[in-house]
Design a protein around this ligand. Structure first.
Ligand SMILES: [Fe+2]
Ligand SMILES: [Fe+2]
Length: 190
């Protein structure tokens, strides 16, 4: 059973706290999938596995990326942690045999978003940022919007929070992809 294997796989690779976060993102994402018409099982699987490369050191992330032929963007060279989604994809393909392109894309894009992304990717992105163990002030607001059915506004708030948080954190950078995705969403709303 792939869910059991994915569960054990993530548990073996992550600290207790980050595993709890992954499980919570999977469960919250499952509920959002049901609410917003995306296959909950696929969100759940992506949630369990999205951070399996999150605790690898920068050197390993760069090595994995190079071996996989991932062409590094400027931001990823500056801040290799941004690669942890793409590297997770190559790990779960190889070690768990995950082939579902939608699930793999969701894992890849959970870090900074992706232009023209699918609803599945958007749901994992949101679930990662505001699953119930996330306690920063903006998270509660986003969860409230989601309860009210305001998916697009919730997504925009998540992107805004991510940009502001990155800009305010020393040792971190604002990824241009997130800015592009934010602008794509922002221009569609009043
Ligand atoms: Fe992550
Ligand atoms: Fe995460």
């Amino acid at each position: 059973m792939i869910y059991r294997r994915a569960f054990e796989f993530a548990r073996a690779r992550l600290s207790e706290g980050r595993f709890e976060h992954s499980l919570s993102a999977a469960e919250y994402g499952h509920a959002l999938g049901r609410q917003y018409g995306v296959d909950p099982e696929r969100v759940y699987l992506a949630g369990l596995l999205h951070d399996v490369a999150r605790e690898l050191p920068a050197g390993s992330l760069l090595l994995y990326a190079r071996k996989q032929g991932i062409i590094l963007r400027k931001e990823e060279k500056t801040c290799p942690l941004l690669l942890h989604g793409k590297v997770a994809v190559s790990i779960v393909q190889k070690e768990l045999g995950i082939k579902d392109k939608g699930v793999l894309n969701a894992i890849a894009s959970h870090v900074v978003g992706r232009r023209r992304w699918t609803k599945l990717e958007q749901i994992l992105y949101i679930a990662d940022k505001v699953e119930p163990t996330r306690a920063y002030p903006g998270a509660g607001l986003v969860r409230g919007l989601l309860e009210e059915g305001e998916f697009e506004r919730a997504l925009l708030e998540c992107l805004r929070n991510a940009i502001v948080y990155a800009a305010q954190s020393r040792g971190w950078i604002v990824d241009t992809e997130t800015v592009v995705v934010f602008n794509e969403n922002a221009k569609t709303q009043a």
